[in-house]
Design a protein around this ligand. Structure first.
Ligand code: PHE
Ligand code: ZN
Length: 891
């Protein structure tokens, strides 16, 4: 395996770079970059005689020290060395790169005819030689020169200070960013773009120019992004007292992008998928994602840019914190400040994502702490653990100290570290000092991998009116990778309530307290095992555990089915209401899956049907909550919870339960469908989206019926009259699902219509590919055949990450029953595609490679074939990115 980088090896840079002047002559085939830096020795570092700059895939042209050529300068394979460098000097290096040939989408590349850059984490070294590490911060001045017709718009970070024409039809623009920044926040964009503009005043009364730059044909899809940006700016002022520090803030949408978006200072670059929206082309989920990602990148301006990371092991310092901030923002925007239920909906969705993506990661060979100890390729560490578990860790400070205490910690963090590159420890220390707490034990949340498990036992003493809750923490059956990091118990904020037999919360009084106070308590579990005794408990309560998911943990408690149904009906904590239903469903489904795996016939109790009936018909619950509560855990989630993962069994179990729920509640689904129709003009509000969501769930259940006539009739009508793509896709999926069950072809016309209607809208065509890749298979036509067919479609393009994800990742990651076909056809396809992508874009290839990492957990027949596929990729892959993933999986 290539070199492993260790957190423990961090050393301050031997030199610092204070200013950088970059000049670009933008030409797609060969762009010349002239880079002039003021360099000096770092007084705080050990003495090294040579300056070592990194550079990759660069053509060296010339270099000079203080304006003169020097024999001390030597360009070589990995970079450029200045032997016996002076204490302070100006270094000018001219080189060239090839944007048009750059398919990795790191560094400077061409997307849809326009130039753009991606520098995080280590892309800047593909543009010019530099100390490409986040603890080297410089002020940047950037001059862009390009053909005026091909590139009428020239953008970079900061403020535009000069522009004008040049000979031969070229022109230039000069930009200056007044803030020091690490190289990973550098950006430029040049091409044919237009902008939606808005001017706003921020808290201090200053006027700011906001722009959303897109291709001309997309201008009508920028309104939602702009509104989201304006809301983000106001929210960050209100909630955290953080104001926009630049006169101009720009967002650019590009169609070829490895990730969602990037927080370059003053010039955020977004995947078009995360910006463009109108009702015909973007679903309700897309609208919500755009709002949260626009918020996320904007919030990085303080948490990431003003205060940045010392090294890449500290990635969660900015990502965990910024995800937490965007989650809080989205919750507030859905009406969550006033409305507890709306807030809970967002919380439930976030926890679903965590469990779906992060728990599996924590259980496999890529398990790593929120602050990793080592990596081979940093791109492989933009993970659910760093982002999502990292956000949960930040949330726990707020759970422990309250919103006010959390705000005090944030204020102290900025007071201490504005303008610096710091560590996760610095953040924790600010939280500790601002709240007068010793948080040493809390560091384990950053250093230990694996999902903690809290086992709960309770005992009611009727005579003494005492209720004893025992909490015991461990890591269950953590993977070897996770076990290696574990050193002791965590500080777990464990939120709890006690529900009485009337369904109401009991006032809580812990032993030793003078009086009862509140109905929800955050117990602080710090030992491996601890008892908490509640007194004055008049009757045996039902415990509501880990309310609002107060820690990223698995709770084990032996609830009965009727107890879960009771909590689903009564718990005052909306998150735990939902959770009770999920526990019930998971238990039933796992039993069914075992029956399927053993070849027994299915036997399902009525508990789930009755629980679903009461949720479905309870009009006091918000539609969006009901839609979430009526969703069964996914096949992937179920397979991961089986003793031995058996995707076919999980699929059969889930389908059986869905059919049972559809037949038993047929009238209720029909009634819900009719009641939540949203006739009239389209509305983008969370309430309207809630109605569409519940209506969509009802239609999907109806499409499971043995007699699909109702579903086909309703879905066909819904498709034909839809004025938004949520309804249109919902109808199309229902028709495809009904057709898969019954062998009808009533989905063909709408599927063709969908393509024809959106042929010129790549983001919607992505949905068309994804719908087919994730469809249910039919015996006579396995989905792999459909997918292979679509790979030949003229609109398919492996080089575009969104398209590759829509077809290949959807099939390999979101259609488990088909992907894990017993004949291994899915794995053969996976190996082919990982290798094909490896040669084009290693970052995207490595993401795809990860879909097999849990191979050891599968049935022996599958796992043997998965191993063979992994070995094949290991033998033929070239990139560090893919090799790290498959080698860790096989180790
Ligand atoms: N820093 C980006 C974000 O989370 C993610 C990203 C990482 C984008 C690496 C591109 C490359 O907002
Ligand atoms: Zn981020």
């Amino acid at each position: 395996m290539p070199t492993t980088i260790l957190r423990a090896d961090y050393a301050a840079p031997a030199f610092l770079i204070d200013t950088v002047a970059l000049e670009f002559d933008l030409v797609p085939e060969r762009t010349v970059v002239r880079n002039t830096m003021r360099v000096r020795r770092n007084p705080a570092a050990g003495r090294a005689s040579n300056l070592e700059l990194v550079g990759e895939q660069l053509e060296f042209i010339s270099a000079a020290i203080d304006g003169h050529p020097s024999a001390a300068i030597r360009a070589h394979e990995g970079g450029l060395t200045v032997n016996d460098a002076p204490d302070a000097f100006e270094l000018t290096i001219t080189g060239a790169c090839s944007p048009a040939a750059n398919t990795t989408l790191m560094g400077l590349y061409v997307s849809g005819g326009n130039f753009c850059t991606q520098c995080e984490a280590q892309g800047f070294r593909r543009i010019t030689w530099f100390l490409d590490r986040p603890d080297v911060m410089a002020t940047f001045t950037v001059t862009l020169r390009a053909d005026k017709d091909a590139c009428p718009v020239l953008l970079s970070n900061g403020n535009l200070i000069e522009q004008g024409d040049l000979p031969d039809g070229r022109h230039y623009a000069k930009w200056e960013d007044p803030f020091k920044k690490p190289s990973y926040l550098f950006a430029l964009v040049a091409g044919k773009l237009v902008a939606l503009e808005e001017r706003i005043r921020t808290g201090s009364g200053k006027e700011k120019l906001l722009q959303v730059w897109v291709k001309p044909q997309d201008l009508d899809k920028t309104g939602h992004a702009m509104d989201s940006l304006v809301r983000s700016i106001h929210w960050d002022e209100e909630r955290f007292g953080l104001e926009l520090d630049l006169d101009r803030f720009m967002i650019v949408a590009v169609s070829d992008f490895n990730m969602g978006a990037m927080e370059n200072k003053g010039l955020n670059i977004f995947n078009t998928k995360c910006i463009l929206a109108n009702p015909e082309t973007a679903t309700d989920t897309d609208f919500a994602n755009i709002e949260s990602i626009v918020g996320h990148e904007y919030f990085h301006n303080w948490t990431g840019n003003r205060v940045t990371c010392r090294d890449w092991f500290q990635l969660s310092l900015k990502e965990g914190l910024t995800v937490f901030r965007d989650q809080e923002f989205s919750a507030a925007m859905s009406g969550g400040n006033e409305n507890e239920a709306a807030r809970a909906t967002k919380r439930i969705e976030d926890v679903c994502v965590l469990r779906q993506m992060q728990f599996g990661e924590d259980a496999g060979p890529m398990a790593h702490p929120v602050r990793p100890e080592s990596y081979v390729e940093i791109n492989n560490f933009y993970t659910a653990t760093v982002y999502r578990k990292g956000a949960e860790v930040v949330r726990m400070y707020q759970t422990l100290f309250g919103r006010e205490g959390f705000r005090k910690g944030m204020d102290l963090y900025f007071q201490r570290h504005d303008g610096q590159a710091v560590t996760c420890d610095d953040f924790r220390q600010a939280m500790a000092d601002a709240n007068g707490r010793d948080l040493s034990q809390f560091e384990r949340w950053y250093s230990q991998a694996g999902t903690p498990r809290v086992r709960v036992t309770t005992q009611y003493d009727e005579a003494g009116r005492r209720y004893r809750v025992t909490l015991a923490q461990d890591y269950g059956d953590a993977s070897p990778a996770a076990r290696a990091t574990q050193s002791g118990p965590l500080l777990i904020p464990f939120s709890i309530g006690l529900v009485g037999q009337d369904g109401a919360d009991m006032p809580l009084r812990l032993e030793g307290e003078r009086e009862a106070g509140g109905t929800t308590r955050v117990l602080e579990l710090t030992e491996a095992q601890q008892c908490f005794t509640f007194i004055d408990v008049p009757e045996k309560p039902l415990p509501s555990l880990l309310r609002d998911f107060s820690a990223p943990a698995i709770v084990e408690y032996d609830y009965g089915n009727d107890e879960l149904a009771f909590l689903l009906a009564h718990d005052s904590d909306p998150f735990n209401r939902w959770e009770a239903g999920q526990r019930l469903a998971t238990r039933e489904l796992l039993t069914l899956a075992e029956q399927a795996a053993d070849g027994r016939s299915f036997d399902m109790s009525d508990a789930l049907v009755e629980a679903f009936r009461s949720v479905l018909t309870d009009e006091s619950l918000s539609p969006s909550f009901r839609a979430l509560a009526l969703m069964l855990p996914t096949e992937t989630y179920l397979a991961e919870r089986m003793a031995v993962s058996d995707p076919a069994a999980a699929h059969a179990a889930r389908r059986f339960a869905r059919r049972r729920l559809s037949e038993a509640l047929r009238q209720e689904w029909l009634a819900a469908y009719e009641r939540h129709l949203t006739p009239g003009a389209y509305e983008a509000t969370p309430e309207a989206a809630g109605h569409r969501g519940l209506k969509g769930s009802a239609l999907m259940y109806l499409s499971e019926l043995d007699d699909p006539a109702d579903a086909v009739r309703l879905a066909t009508r819904q498709y034909d009259i839809a004025n938004n793509v949520t309804d249109r896709m919902g109808a199309l999926s229902a028709l495809m699902n009904a057709a898969a069950g019954k062998g009808g072809d009533f989905a063909k016309r709408p599927l063709d219509d969908f393509y024809a209607r959106f042929e010129h809208d790549p983001l919607v065509i992505d949905k068309w590919f994804a719908l087919q890749a994730t469809q249910r298979g039919r015996a006579e036509r396995p989905v792999i055949d459909v997918v292979r067919g679509l790979m030949q479609h003229p609109a398919f393009n492996l080089k575009n990450p969104n398209r590759a994800r829509a077809l290949i990742f959807s099939f390999c990651g979101a259609n488990p029953a088909q992907f894990h076909a017993a004949n291994g056809s899915g794995y053969a396809f996976w190996a082919e595609q990982v290798l094909a992508l490896d040669a084009i874009n290693p970052q995207v290839a490595a993401r795809l490679a990860r879909t097999l990492e849990l191979w050891r957990r599968f049935t022996p027949a599958l796992s043997a074939q998965m191993r063979a596929a992994l070995e094949q990729v290991n033998a033929d892959a070239k990139s560090r990115d893919v090799c790290e993933i498959v080698q860790k999986a096989l180790a």
